[in-house]
Design a protein around this ligand. Structure first.
Ligand code: SF4
Length: 315
């Protein structure tokens, strides 16, 4: 996921999820990590073994030079099969659609203003769907599940869009206060989903086979897990175990490297990091059980750049 910048000057959605650290910032982020160079963007995609990328903001169409630069960069590096889609909250125009397609964008997902839902036909929002397709892009809608507006189904039936993604309506740190002011509340059984906006509440819209409802729990959990599972094989060291959840497991001990040499532990089974020995967890467990070394800890952590620890198990 490539966040090109945090500006979105033409829209002021009360539910905008952008938090303080994203709204109106000019920084680019790749998978939540600040980008300093093109190589950072490629590195983030490589680490995830990404088959595709998504471009988001803020409003990517307000920063076309940057947006097209990154689309071309990703296409040049990973080839035509690397699928790139982009989210936008404005229509753009034919020239913009052409520039995006020429840069290599595959798919564009439009998010029209809620005030227009039900009356999108006959506006430029309808026209741009056909223009985007003429210029070589796959048009789609991606909207928050605020209400089950069935006009979106008509666009599928008319062939104007290939699909509609409905994201479960969510409260975030960035929009919590504004959502409250509009009378929305959080579901009691969920951290962020909004009361009255579940898949059942959206049934009239999401029962169509080309409408995909993405629950916040599923989105959070599944996207996070997929990201970890793709990243882990690319960053793991030979002695680390990759779990089904995509986390990495290894052991840490205060034992001296010389002691490991004495015990005949091959070099590829450990590494000295910041004065500590990091080692295959099963080997550490065996050595502690045998009384060969005094103790240690088994660490399970995310393979992401912040290396957040999930669990520590002392031996
Ligand atoms: S279009 Fe998207 S980024 Fe812009 S204000 Fe609305 S939700 Fe926020």
């Amino acid at each position: 996921m490539l966040f090109v910048h945090g500006y979105c000057d033409h829209r002021d959605c009360f539910y905008c999820p952008l938090g303080e650290n994203r709204k109106n910032v000019d920084q680019v982020f790749a998978n939540e990590r600040p980008v300093e160079s093109d190589e950072d963007v490629l590195e983030a995609a490589r680490k995830m073994d990404a088959m595709g990328s998504s471009i988001t903001g803020g409003e990517p169409l307000e920063s076309m030079e940057r947006t097209t630069h990154y689309i071309s960069l990703l296409k040049d590096e990973f080839g035509a099969d690397h699928h790139i889609h982009l989210y936008t909250g404005i229509t753009g125009d034919r020239e913009i659609m052409r520039d995006l397609a020429e840069a290599g964008l595959d798919e564009i997902r439009f998010h029209p203003p809620v005030a227009l839902w039900g009356n999108i036909h006959g506006t430029f929002w309808e026209e741009i769907l056909y223009i985007a397709r003429e210029e070589g892009l796959t048009p789609a809608f991606e909207i928050p599940g605020i209400e089950a507006e069935t006009e979106f189904l008509e666009f599928i039936e008319e062939g104007a869009v290939d699909f509609v993604n409905v994201n479960e309506f969510e409260m975030s740190q960035g929009n919590y206060r504004r959502m409250h002011e509009q009378g929305y509340d959080r579901r009691t059984d969920h951290m962020s989903a909004v009361e009255g906006a579940s898949e059942d509440d959206m049934a009239e819209l999401v029962s169509h086979p080309k409408v995909y409802f993405c629950t916040s729990t599923f989105k959070d959990a599944a996207q996070h897990r997929n990201r970890l599972r793709r990243t882990a094989p690319n960053v793991s060291r030979p002695f680390e175990e990759i779990t089904d959840d995509g986390t990495l497991v290894y052991g840490v001990t205060e034992a001296e490297p010389a002691r490991l040499d004495e015990l005949g532990v091959p070099d590829e089974y450990y590494e000295v990091v910041d004065g500590q020995v990091e080692i295959a967890w099963w080997l550490l467990e065996e050595m502690v059980e045998e009384g060969d070394i005094e103790g240690g800890t088994i660490i399970e952590q995310y393979p992401t750049w912040d290396e957040q620890v999930v669990e520590k198990t002392p031996l």
